[in-house]
Each structure stands twice: as structure tokens, then as C-alpha cells.
Design a protein around this ligand. Structure first.
Ligand code: NAD
Ligand code: ZN
Length: 368
């Protein structure tokens, strides 16, 4: 069966094929064989994804005459650790993996990041296929080549830029996602609309609630639209020094909120939704968004807000967590603020007063 990529990531000197289609999971062997002659692979997934898709993936690979072995990791952010990397490497030495063994990571951003980093560093890099099974994975984390693990000093502090040999997006697998995971993933979809695509934003306005409840699936064309934006930004700025920064819209305060919540209270996209409202509030006060644009953005983000009983008592409980982002950026905190809907700009002159006002607004919204 012939399979063709829907998109290409044109990273300088390298083209990353991105295959997008319903049911692609069953055609995994054909997709891999379109790139690799040596039919040996190591599948790595997490416990939840394994229960849903593990057998199907392994059956398809064996049917396609691939020699495939599977490793199942626990689910959750704690697997993004040096311990996971060590144990994967240990197992791969035991299994005598060589540089032609293809690593196929099936799961969300957590396994994608950790296993991607293990693959990047084993024998100086094994061919890696990302098969994302969450919205965050399909529109964001599997694309762009950032892989890594957490350190006790912070999230994603140890890692590398390592482009996969290919990416396989099967939108059908999103059907089993729990609503809260869907809501979190949609935070990133809305983000793409605001930073780069006003039409996508309008689509989110119309359909976000149906997408969260599962009454409607997120259309494949929408996922593809997001993937295309990410690929374009990564192609322009693979190592995150310029345009790629736009992808951080909503993330400056979002990260601080996640840190405040010990990475347990908020799902990533929920914190980003609050961060987007805060950034939009700043833009509105600066005259870069009209009141009507601000209210539209707020309305969409409200659907994505977490349902929480506890929120920070004081702004400073959250703002103290802005500093670790600041340390990464040579001492300056960059904010990505909307400039109309569908465009953003990066500013460095945000004052503590603006931050406090924006945070207060974003938090109050979750109490209403
Ligand atoms: N590398 C990057 O550029 C990048 C970008 C964004 C986020 N990330 C990282 O991604 C991680 C978050 O990703 P995530 O939200 O995908 O988290 P995740 O991988 O933890 O998945 C969320 C939950 O959904 C389950 N799951 C996965 N697929 C499923 C399916 N099809 N049906 C039912 N359940 C399923 C998982 O087992 C898990 O319990 C964070 O660690 C974040 O730092 C990385
Ligand atoms: Zn994000």
C-alpha cells in the first residue's frame, strides 16, 4: 500500500515527513517502510495508551513483517526523568539495539519528550518516529524536535533538539481522550488561531464546546492547519531564537501557574488558557486589541479554564514562579501579546503593575 506524507517540515538541510490520516495506525508498517529498509523497531508507549492501542500497533507491525518489541512505561509527567532514560538505555543495550533500529513512540507529549530524548542520546541518535495520540501531541509536542526530561530545578531543563525521521498523525485515536485532556489540548489549538490564523480562531469560537464535550471531533483539517503553523515557525527558527517564540503566547504566565500548582492542579492547556487571557488583557490595555476582540478571546478561553476549588491567595504566589523562565532568557522576560486576532508581537517592557493587573483579571474570571 502506498502512503504519502500530507506535510513536510522543511528544517534547514532536512525534510521531516508528516503523515496525517484517519486509521494510519493500522498502516504504520507501510509508512515506516516508505523510509526505512531495515524492518526492526522498538515501540515505546505508556500504560494508558498501551491498554487502548498497544495490541493494534504490534499486530499491524507484525503483519507488515516488522520485527517489533514493545516497552510500556507508566503514564504521567514523572516519567520525564533521568531514571526513565537510564532504564530505557539499559534495556536497549540488553536487546542489542543498533543504529538502524527504529524507535516508535506512541503516546502523548510526555512519552514523546522522554523517549525522544532517550532515542536522541542512544548511540548518538536512533531514527525516531513520533506517533502522537493526544491533541497536544498532534498539534504541538511531536512537531519541532524538542525532546527532553525534567530536572528537580524545573520542567524540560534537560533536553535536545532532535528531529524525528517522521511523524504519524491519526486523528481517530483522539476519540478515546477524556474531556479534560481534550480541553487541555484545545488550549494549543486556540493559541495557533490567535498567533497566526484568524480563520482558525473563528472556527474555535464556533466549535470549541462541541470539541470539548466530544459531540464533534476536531476536524483533521484543523489539526493539520495547526501542524502547518508549527512546522512553519520551526522551519524559520529551529532552535528557538526568534519566530518560534510566538508559540509561547499564553505560556509565560501559564508556566508560572503550572509551577504554582506543582504541575498537578492544572493541565498544561488549562494554565495556557488563563495565560492567554492575561496576555490579552495586557494587549487590550495597551490598545493592541479592541474591547470586542478581547471579549471574544476571553469567551473562548473561558471554555478551556480549569474547574478548580483552590486558587492562589496572592498574586505573588504565582509571580515568584515567573523567575525561572526569566533565568532561561538572559534575565529578560519576553511576553507574547496579541496584536489583533491572528497576529502577535513580542515585548520585553511589561511592568509589574501590568502583570499584577492581568493575573488578577485572569484569576477572577475563574471564580465567576
Ligand atoms: N516537545 C515539545 O515541543 C512540547 C510541546 C508541548 C508540550 N510538551 C510536553 O508534553 C507533555 C504534555 O503532553 P500531553 O498533554 O500529551 O500529556 P500526556 O502524554 O501525559 O497525555 C495525557 C494523558 O492522556 C493519556 N492518553 C494519551 N493518548 C490517549 C488517547 N488517545 N486516549 C486516551 N488517553 C490517552 C496519557 O496516558 C496521559 O494519561 C508535557 O510534558 C509537556 O512538557 C512538549
Ligand atoms: Zn504549550
Amino acid at each position: 500500500m502506498s502512503v504519502r506524507p500530507a506535510l513536510f517540515g522543511a528544517i534547514p538541510g532536512r525534510r521531516v515527513p508528516v503523515f496525517v490520516d484517519d486509521g494510519l495506525l493500522d498502516r504504520l508498517p507501510d509508512v515506516l517502510a516508505s523510509v526505512h529498509a531495515h524492518r526492526v523497531c522498538e515501540v515505546v508507549t505508556d500504560r494508558n495508551v498501551d491498554a487502548l492501542l498497544g495490541r493494534r500497533v504490534m499486530a499491524a507491525l507484525r503483519k507488515g513483517k516488522w520485527r517489533a518489541h514493545k516497552t510500556v512505561l507508566p503514564a504521567g509527567e514523572q516519567i520525564k526523568s533521568a531514571r526513565t532514560i537510564r532504564s530505557l538505555h539499559e534495556a536497549w543495550f540488553e536487546q542489542k539495539l543498533d543504529r538502524y533500529t527504529v524507535i516508535v513512540v506512541v503516546g502523548g507529549g510526555t512519552v514523546g519528550d522522554a523517549v525522544g530524548y532517550a532515542a536522541a542520546t542512544f548511540l548518538r541518535g536512533l531514527p525516531l518516529w513520533q506517533v502522537p495520540t493526544t491533541i497536544i501531541g498532534q498539534v504541538d509536542s511531536a512537531i519541532g524536535g524538542k525532546v527532553g526530561i525534567n530536572h528537580k530545578r524545573g520542567k524540560n531543563l534537560i533536553g535536545a533538539f532532535y528531529q524525528p525521521a517522521g511523524i504519524i498523525i491519526d486523528p481517530q485515536v483522539l476519540e478515546s481522550l477524556p474531556p479534560r485532556e481534550r480541553r487541555s489540548g484545545l488550549g494549543e489549538v486556540v493559541k495557533y488561531g490567535v498567533i497566526a490564523d484568524a480563520g482558525l480562531f473563528r472556527q474555535c469560537e464556533r466549535s470549541v464546546n462541541e470539541w470539548i464535550s466530544g459531540a464533534e471531533s476536531v476536524p483533521t483539517s484543523t489539526l493539520q492547519r495547526c501542524a502547518r503553523i508549527k512546522l512553519k515557525m520551526v522551519a524559520a527558527d529551529e532552535t528557538d531564537r526568534g519566530l518560534r517564540h510566538h508559540l509561547n503566547f499564553g505560556h509565560t504566565l501559564g508556566h508560572a501557574l503550572e509551577r504554582w500548582g506543582g504541575y498537578r492542579r492544572f493541565k498544561h492547556g488549562e494554565a495556557v488558557a488563563m495565560g492567554m487571557v492575561a496576555a490579552a488583557w495586557m494587549a487590550y490595555k495597551r490598545g493592541d486589541l479592541t474591547e470586542s476582540e478581547f471579549k471574544r478571546l476571553e469567551e473562548v478561553c473561558r471554555s478551556l479554564y480549569p474547574r478548580l476549588s483552590t486558587l492562589p491567595d496572592r498574586n505573588s504566589d504565582v509571580t515568584q514562579h515567573l523567575h525561572s523562565d526569566k533565568k532561561r532568557m538572559a534575565g529578560t522576560l519576553r511576553w507574547v501579546l496579541p496584536h489583533g486576532l491572528g497576529r502577535v508581537r513580542v515585548v520585553e517592557d511589561v511592568t509589574p503593575r501590568e502583570i499584577n493587573g492581568a493575573l488578577r483579571y485572569a484569576l477572577t474570571l475563574s471564580r465567576r
